[in-house]
Design a protein around this ligand. Structure first.
Ligand code: KMH
Ligand code: ZN
Length: 274
């Protein structure tokens, strides 16, 4: 079994400091969280950024600044969001892919679903445009799956040579309006993946920990962080993103799964060496 890749999603677009006072928002705060999470055992960081009012933005300049700080202080794989927040235009969402230098990875959501009270809109032309932009920029996509049918869309991109073969997936489970975060659903999604694919699970809210444990046992990888879950236990806010990472490291070690360094994660995910 490969070593375990832990991705930390420090910020997201839906959580605010009023919900989680330790939410990193500015480039400096996100970079400081990145350092702590690297020390705790993360090998990848999935980033969203915020404007001067801590509101979600896809502003390429803020992404560039955040990536510069993270790269200066850590060797983490930096993966930028192209999902942004519900309601943003494709043009807004794609900005981080055009940063110079570009991110090593970026998310590529391969379908449309309800997302809480909104719709996360990813029609076929938008998916194709994002996939082509990433290919042209040398940015490796992480294929975001919010429901089972998304994997069929990924298979179509694969046949057309628009994503790497084999691809790396993030199975996002427990978003209200999309696939529920149950063990049976995770087993089902994993069965549907194309041969050779690698995968991470991102359980939302209370699904984060039980799905992470199953992923560790199945040979998948794990994403944790305030984007997905702000609690440590029922009703108790987590102190930091690093605290959530450290718990996964402890559990993995108890289960006999070693933790990948960022360079080992690059090998597992078929990224270029840094
Ligand atoms: N904020 C969600 C609407 C991604 O980062 O690519 C989309 C999202 C996925 O977070
Ligand atoms: Zn995200």
């Amino acid at each position: 079994m490969d070593k375990l890749i832990i991705t930390v999603c420090t910020t997201g677009a839906e959580v605010y400091k009023k919900d989680q006072p330790n939410l990193p928002c500015s480039p400096e705060e996100i970079a400081a969280a990145a350092v702590e999470c690297r020390e705790a055992g993360a090998s990848m960081i999935h980033i969203h950024v915020r404007d001067e009012n801590d509101e979600p933005t896809q502003d390429g300049r803020i992404f560039a600044r955040t990536m510069e700080l993270i790269r200066a202080k850590t060797d983490l794989i930096v993966q930028t969001s192209t999902g942004g927040a519900v309601g943003m235009t494709p043009e807004e969402r794609l900005q981080p892919v055009f940063c110079d230098p570009p991110p090593e990875m970026a998310t590529l959501t391969v379908g449309t679903c309800n997302f809480g009270d909104g719709v996360f809109y990813n029609p076929p032309d938008v998916i194709e445009r994002f996939a082509r932009a990433m290919q042209e920029r040398g940015v490796v996509p992480e294929i975001e799956v919010f429901d089972a049918g998304f994997i069929e869309n990924a298979n179509r991109l694969l046949k057309r040579g628009l994503i790497p073969n084999p691809p790396h997936f993030d199975l996002v489970m427990g978003v209200p309006g999309a696939i529920a975060g149950t063990h049976k659903n995770l087993l089902h999604l994993v069965e549907l993946l194309p041969p050779g694919a690698t995968w991470t699970v991102a359980g939302i809210g209370r699904a984060e920990l039980p799905l992470a444990v199953l992923a560790i046992m199945l040979g998948g990888h794990v994403r944790v962080g305030f984007e997905d879950n702000i609690y440590y236990s029922r009703g108790v806010l987590a102190e930091s993103n690093a605290q959530l990472v450290a718990r996964i490291v402890r559990i993995a070690r108890e289960l006999g799964r070693e933790i990948a360094t960022p360079d080992e994660a690059r090998q597992i995910l078929r990224l270029k060496p840094r």
